[in-house]
Write a protein that binds this ligand. Structure first.
Ligand SMILES: C[S@@+](CC[C@H](N)C(=O)[O-])C[C@H]1O[C@@H](n2cnc3c(N)ncnc32)[C@H](O)[C@@H]1O
Length: 292
């Protein structure tokens, strides 16, 4: 979709725009690497309509408008009260994307940006039924690093294995866990528990069945392009999952976390050190999918 040289050449221009972002700390939202991906993909596809699912403080809504001056934007969040930055020429909506009628939009000119932390398996029927063609999915993490299906897992035919970690000092979470464990046989049957010296791990039974398999197969057949945007500099798994590493002392080098080759390296930021801090902290294989 993009040549690495092209992305490197355009990066400086983007940084100028990014330095004017309205939300200074977009913790929980898109940071530099995913903002660059979003900006580049939007410019390339140049859609007439954008549906954004997951607004949070409003950073990505700002970026969509900056990338596409005249696009019609629908920005959805089930809690619009979190917005700190609002735009006049945006249609803000507060129900889930599946609750609206999108039949009037030309799907060849419409892109959906999913950044709402909803399991992708719950979006497949909606996307196929409404014949959407262009999709961006933000937190496109691989198995073991998220609790829901992502396009990456569907594309790579992976079966979701959900793991929860509970520290022994987290008495509240421990109490809730044991309560459920002893009270509900159904819950007990669905999980396996592993005890380690400082924490326990709850491994859930893989979330998969015939119906889901059929739905995923159907979706895969419709994909004409699946593209993961590369990290800007070499991905650092220890930085990205620092919390997991420090809190539970997990050796992350055991996980083969694959990303595309980076766009550039640290030397690019010689005189722009502040951007280096933002690298890898949020990168999660953001992708663009084109459907037939
Ligand atoms: C990661 S934040 C979005 C960040 C934003 N795109 C940014 O980078 O500036 C996720 C948002 O999804 C919202 N959300 C949760 N469920 C949703 C749903 N079903 N539809 C739309 N938004 C939802 C949450 O309220 C939250 O604000």
């Amino acid at each position: 979709m993009f040549k690495t040289n092209f992305l490197k050449k355009k990066l400086n221009n983007f940084l100028k725009l990014y330095s004017r972002k309205p939300i200074k700390n977009n913790f929980s939202g898109m940071r530099l690497e995913h903002c660059y991906a979003l900006y580049s993909i939007l410019k390339k596809i140049n859609p007439t309509n954008v549906i954004e699912s997951g607004v949070w403080k409003g950073q990505t809504t700002w970026l969509i408008r900056k990338s596409l001056k005249s696009a019609k934007i629908f920005s959805i969040d089930t809690d619009l009260n979190q917005r700190e930055f609002l735009l006049n020429n945006v249609n803000y909506l507060n129900k889930d994307i599946t609750q609206y009628d999108w039949s009037n939009l030309n799907k060849k000119k419409t892109i959906i940006i999913f950044d709402d932390h909803i399991c992708f398996s719950k979006r497949i029927n909606f996307l196929l039924k409404n014949k959407f063609k262009h999709i961006i999915f933000d937190d496109n993490l691989p198995n073991n690093f998220t609790s829901y299906y992502t396009p990456k897992m569907v594309y790579e035919k992976q079966i979701l294995v959900k793991k929860e970690y509970i520290n022994y000092y987290n008495l509240k979470r421990l109490f809730v866990f044991f309560l459920n464990y002893f009270l509900f046989k159904k819950y007990r049957k669905k999980i396996k528990v592993y005890f380690f010296s400082k924490y326990l791990v709850i491994k859930h039974r893989p979330y998969f069945n015939k119906q889901l398999k059929k739905k995923m197969n159907e979706f895969r057949k419709k994909i004409s392009l699946y593209y993961e945007f590369p990290p800007i500099i070499k991905f650092n798994i220890n930085k990205r999952f620092k919390k997991l590493k420090n809190k539970y002392k997990i050796n992350l080098s055991n996980f083969k976390y694959k990303t595309k080759s980076p766009i550039t390296d640290k030397s690019f930021f010689k005189n722009k050190k502040k951007y280096l801090d933002e690298m890898s902290i949020q990168y999660g294989n953001i992708c663009y999918i084109r459907l037939k």
